[in-house]
Ligand binder design. Structure first.
Ligand code: PMP
Length: 417
């Protein structure tokens, strides 16, 4: 593929970025490659170098980059009818709503489509307040839910809580601690509309709660007549080895927020609820881009692809095998600790070798992995969690090669340290 000819190159781009983007927009790597193309599990830079994508644009490209089964229907749609908004009757949004209702857990059935994960969270919280007519929300420490006013306020990670004037009706409890949640709900009895959380925390550092946590949270919400909102923006669509992560604990939320992998690269999101709760949202609601025909056609094709290729099962099998490899590496390298994961949502702490989080070392490991042809992620409140969330279409051999590369990178940074 000849991709270099039209590329400005990383230096020129960094100059433009410094001048024209908000300073909050940051990127990984000291010398970032300019990504110009992609295919399956590969990202390609302006020199034609290919990297294995081990982060999926933060778990968006679950069905792989530029997947013909998804982009062809989207291209046909873009040539035929691109945009109308929901004030006109069109087919893709309704076929998508029906297809989504078939895969979401429990009695969830009715969707409101919007364009980003933040909006899906914002809408979920609005719906919970409309339905319960109560103001408060209980959220979890180290959760991440987006950048809109409500979403940023329910976020529990300090680095993403940018709003200088936090909302007073949001209360945080420690993630994974059902007793703390019980106390909070008892203390604020009659005031809480909803509890919101990620089933497995993504940005919080791939945190999996104790096995009885979610069933207990579900029971507590029922006991206190409070709605449970699950943010499956990261965990949804096969990432953890099931369609939705909550299915590992056989629970269903009252409202489910989804985005990212739903459109496999096309911006689309939704919050989904039951007939009963949806009945409270009768005042006019509209989202200009929500459920846009092109994004809806892409999402519909994405869901079909997930069914056909059994991507969730694939994630479960490949994830287990890769996690075993990481566990082996943790025995060999004292700076790689606590490998954990569900399906292909996998993380491990990088430490200084004596148990202290070492974000700098992770940065060197990531840089070294990039030079070896693997682009991995970084999460956690201390930014020291090596994070692996590749497209679910990745081959086992590529994950084996990634494990070998992590081994070599850790070795290299240990020698340098
Ligand atoms: N919820 C979760 C769990 C997320 O990880 C994110 C984004 N990383 C969001 C919500 C916000 O999504 P968006 O960036 O599409 O607004």
């Amino acid at each position: 593929m000849s991709v270099g000819a039209t590329a400005l190159g990383p230096e020129a781009l960094l100059r433009l970025k410094a001048e024209y983007l908000m300073p909050c927009v940051y990127h990984f790597y000291k010398s970032p490659p300019q990504i110009v193309a992609a295919e399956g599990c590969r990202l390609i830079d302006h020199t034609g170098r290919r990297y294995v994508d081990c982060y999926s644009g933060v778990t968006v490209m679950n069905a792989g980059h530029c997947n013909p089964a998804i982009i062809e229907p989207a291209i046909r749609q873009i040539r035929t009818l691109q945009h109308t908004t929901t004030i006109y009757l069109t087919e893709p949004i309704l076929r998508l709503a029906e297809a989504l209702a078939r895969v979401v857990p429990g009695d969830l059935k009715r969707s409101f489509f919007c364009a980003s994960g933040s909006e899906a969270v914002e809408g979920s919280l609005l719906l919970a307040r409309l339905h319960t007519r109560r103001p408060d929300v209980v959220a979890m420490t180290n959760g991440l839910h987006g950048r809109t006013r409500w979403a940023i306020n329910v976020t529990g990670l300090a680095m993403w809580r940018t709003d200088p004037f936090p909302l007073e009706d949001v209360h945080h409890v420690p993630f994974g601690d059902a007793r703390a949640l019980r106390e909070m709900l008892t203390q604020r009895k009659g005031r809480v509309a909803a509890v919101i959380g990620e089933p497995v925390q993504g940005n919080g550092g791939i945190r999996i709660p104790p096995s009885d946590y979610w069933p207990q949270v579900r029971a507590l919400c029922d006991e206190h007549d409070v709605l449970l909102i699950l943010d499956e923006v990261q965990t949804g669509f096969g990432r953890t080895g099931r369609w939705f992560a909550c299915q590992h604990w056989q629970i269903a939320p009252d409202i489910l927020a989804v985005s990212k992998a739903l459109g496999n690269g096309f911006p689309i999101a939704a919050f989904v609820t039951t007939d009963r709760i949806a009945a409270s949202y009768t005042r006019p609601g509209a989202s200009t881009h929500g459920g846009n025909p092109v994004a809806a056609a892409a999402a519909l094709a994405t869901l079909a692809y997930h069914h056909e290729q059994r991507l969730a099962e694939r994630a479960a099998t490949l994830g287990e095998r890769f996690l075993d490899r990481l566990k082996g590496l943790a025995e060999k390298h004292c700076c790689l600790c606590n490998p954990r994961g569900m399906g292909l949502m996998i993380g491990a702490d990088i430490t200084d070798g004596h148990g202290t989080a070492d974000a700098k070392r992770l940065d060197s490991v990531l840089e070294d992995l990039k030079d070896r042809g693997f682009l991995c992620g970084k999460t956690g409140p201390e930014r020291n969690v090596l994070t692996v969330m590749p497209p679910l279409v990745i081959e086992g051999g590529e994950l084996d090669a990634l494990a070998d590369a992590i081994d070599a990178s850790l070795e290299a940074t240990e020698t340098r340290a």
